[in-house]
Design a protein around this ligand. Structure first.
Ligand SMILES: [Zn+2]
Ligand SMILES: [Zn+2]
Length: 371
């Protein structure tokens, strides 16, 4: 993965000492290593991480299913404290608690100015897809003691008093991503919404459907614990797809019509097809999954392309305004993700955390990593 250039951030103003960091070495190996503390350029900030987590995308990186450069520090979901601020960044102080989104848009490029900050090209001459995903992808990430925030003015979201690290850490990616599925589908008050499957992102999509005012929300998974959390996050019906055909069940629950919106939150051909089949003519398939290999659009469930079905895709919205919006949902009690953190690890034990999370052992949903 080639780096997205950050021309204004190239002049180091500091950066001494070393830190611990989880580094992608090669497919199959992420290890904790000693690395230099990053240097702070004029438009950057250096944040001391107080909590992070592991994402399903990090597992794709570990398995070699999503390419990042060997030697890259990974991780893209940070809560921390400002350690140093670039000379061009205003309105913050060292010691401020901040949440930084997984996506760090520059705020000024073509894509940012057109409302698609996740596809940000920064100041690079050439744009590339999903260029806004820098942390733990095209730049060093946050599973470390410290990380560098690019375009800090656009990306440091101060955490209001009263919100804990655990209440905020899942907002950086899974909440922003999951909720965005319901927003992209433009879920209307009273809509019916099915969410395939109920992993961390799917559970947040279920919460998003409730926030958008859906009436019937159907959570689909095969793990009882996840179906139980699904009900707590807003589902009023759950389907175990190993026990019954989910499309038939959805048709039964919607008077034979199909749902207004089906959300794909897994990234498999099968769940994508189920979404198409379960959506009524004129409905929306809102796709979040990262599909490995080839994805085919089967023509019959797509009603031969003339059924007025929309397929929407969304990459996690980032930037500080998005993070403030999500934190306001938490602080007003409209969104509670505390049930999703099932395990806690010290940074020193992050390799164990990867082992547990990537093999889905011990009923894990999300892990908190504490440096
Ligand atoms: Zn992620
Ligand atoms: Zn941009």
């Amino acid at each position: 993965m080639c780096a997205v250039s950050v021309p204004q951030g190239q002049q180091p103003t500091s950066g001494t000492g070393s830190m611990r960091a989880a580094v992608f070495e090669r497919p199959g190996l992420i290890s904790l290593q000693e690395r230099p503390i990053p240097t702070c350029g004029p438009t950057d900030a250096i944040v001391r991480v107080t909590m992070t987590t592991i994402c399903g995308t990090d597992v794709h990186i570990l398995r070699g299913e999503y390419p990042v450069a060997p030697g890259r520090i990974i991780g893209h979901e940070p809560v921390g404290v400002i350690q140093e601020i670039g000379s061009a960044v205003t309105g913050y102080e060292v010691g401020d608690r901040v949440l930084v989104g997984a996506i760090t848009p520059c705020g000024t490029c073509f894509f940012c100015q057109h409302g698609t900050g996740a596809q940000c090209s920064g100041h690079a001459d050439e744009w590339e897809m999903i260029g806004g995903w820098r942390l733990g992808n095209s730049a060093d990430g946050v599973q470390a003691d410290f990380f560098r925030v690019p375009y800090a003015q656009a990306n440091l979201a101060k955490i209001p008093d009263g919100l804990s690290d655990e209440q905020c850490v899942l907002l950086a990616d899974i909440a922003s991503t999951g909720i965005s599925a319901a927003e992209s589908a433009d879920v209307q008050i009273g809509d019916s919404v099915a969410v395939f499957a109920q992993g961390p992102i799917g559970l947040c999509a279920t919460a998003g459907a409730r926030l958008k005012g859906a009436s019937l929300i159907i959570g689909i998974d095969a793990i009882e614990k996840r179906l139980n959390i699904s009900r707590e996050m807003g589902a009023n019906e759950v389907i175990d797809f190993t026990q019954e055909d989910p499309v038939a069940a959805i048709k039964r629950l919607t008077g034979g019509r199909g749902v207004d919106v089906a959300i794909e939150a897994l990234g498999l051909q099968q769940t994508f097809e189920w979404c198409l089949e379960a959506t009524r003519p004129g409905g929306v398939v809102s796709s979040l999954g990262v599909y490995g290999g080839k994805l085919e659009i089967p023509v019959e469930p797509f009603i031969y392309g003339i059924g007025d079905k929309d397929i929407k895709t969304t990459l996690c919205p980032g930037g500080k305004a998005r993070m403030h919006t999500l934190m306001s949902l938490v602080s007003t009690g409209r969104l509670d993700l505390s049930k999703l953190i099932s395990h806690r690890f010290k940074l020193d034990d992050i390799e164990d955390a990867y082992e547990l999370f990537s093999n889905q052992r011990d009923g894990v949903v999300k892990v908190a990593i504490i440096p």
